[in-house]
Design a protein around this ligand. Sequence first.
Ligand SMILES: *Cc1c(COP(=O)(O)O)cnc(C)c1O
Length: 455
Amino acid sequence: MSITIPHRLYLPEAEIPTSWYNLRADMKEQPDPMITPNGDLIKEEDLYPVFCKKLAHQELDSETRFVEIPEEIREVYKVYRPSPLCRAYNLEKALGTPAKIYYKFEGNNTSGSHKLNSALAQAFYAKDEGLKGVTTETGAGQWGTALAESTSYFGLDLIVYMVKVSYNQKPFRKAVMETFDAKVIASPSDTTNVGRSILAADPDNSGSLGVAISEAVEVAVTTEGYRYVLGSVLNQVLLHQSVIGLEAYAAMEKLDEYPDIVIGCAGGGSNLGGLIAPFMRDKITGKATGLRVVAVEPASCPSFTRGKYAYDFCDTGKMTPLAKMYTLGSGFKPSANHAGGLRYHGMSPILSKLYHDGYMEAVAVEQTAVFEAAKQFAQLETILPAPESAHAIRGAIDEALRCKETGEAKTILFGLTGTGYFDMTAYAQFNDGTMTDYIPTDADLEASLADLPQV
Ligand SMILES: *Cc1c(COP(=O)(O)O)cnc(C)c1O
């Protein structure tokens, strides 16, 4: 007799984690430290002009294994968490695979993504420190929305630099952020030195996350009572996102299940780093040596699979410290044809280190294949996935199809990071057959990597 596993498992509210889990505390080797362009180590105080103090501390703290989640944050987590762990029965059946496919769904809040988990934390700490407001950048708009929800909840001002191409393509995203009282500016803009100099050289510049970060950082460090917050890549963000993995781990335990493969999409690495955290702990400590962890990234922005593991700036304007990470070069700009998000040039230093040391794998997929997976998933599982999330679906389907060939009944867990209702232009392109794939040439990548800082 087989155990009956529900389609959706919601943990009881009381089981929302009380602490985040800091994977660095269990890593055999630490990621290389953040440094200045001169090669000096960054100390906590060096980060105070940019980040609020508690977050600066979390950024550099590789020792505290469990960081207590402040009660104020847990109270808001309760509004939309625990998020469900779902079994994709219909997808399994359609694929004819012996594999079991689970996914952790993070799209059940207004931002439509996992980003709210860290946005709430960052807004709370800023408010707690008595700040007036924060600045940030947003690409596709999920982060800006999540942060706007959070700053309005905790009573802070918010200025969002939104990559111009997204600003023009997604006017409703701006409307959502404004509903939460955020000020949204298309980047590059004439409100900063960085923006003005980019526009002077190239008036039609359509923007990039790296440029938007430079603008947001410039405003934060030059405005009294303001700090900068970032929705991915940083160690603190992976820490907050560990709530995804901790819940998934507890839910799988209840089902008496354990994944053979954990899969996530990778832009800056925050959802993947959060989802895998407790499972990777098992792999590192020898409790789950056979576990495979797979990052799925777009072929048009392939930081893991074609980038270089090197020190690089986190922004195009070269204002941030240097982080050692898989990078395509801070000047890398993905093709404007690329509709699926995940367009950041670098990758979380924690995940970069794990990948470099052989603890995880990465694959790059083309966007038409990603949208095929998105469409199939939507039709079978009734959730319209964000294009970013659909990279993980693609990865999970490919693994499940491999199981069909080998007859192995593996257990697959993937992160379904969000919904795609603001990405209908991309869906429309896919549906009418006008979506194209673009893969940068080696020469393209060499050009942007040639500009890596020499340290
Ligand atoms: C931002 C975002 C991502 C990618 O960011 P990571 O930091 O790599 O997790 C993935 N999915 C959705 C829905 C997003 O909004």
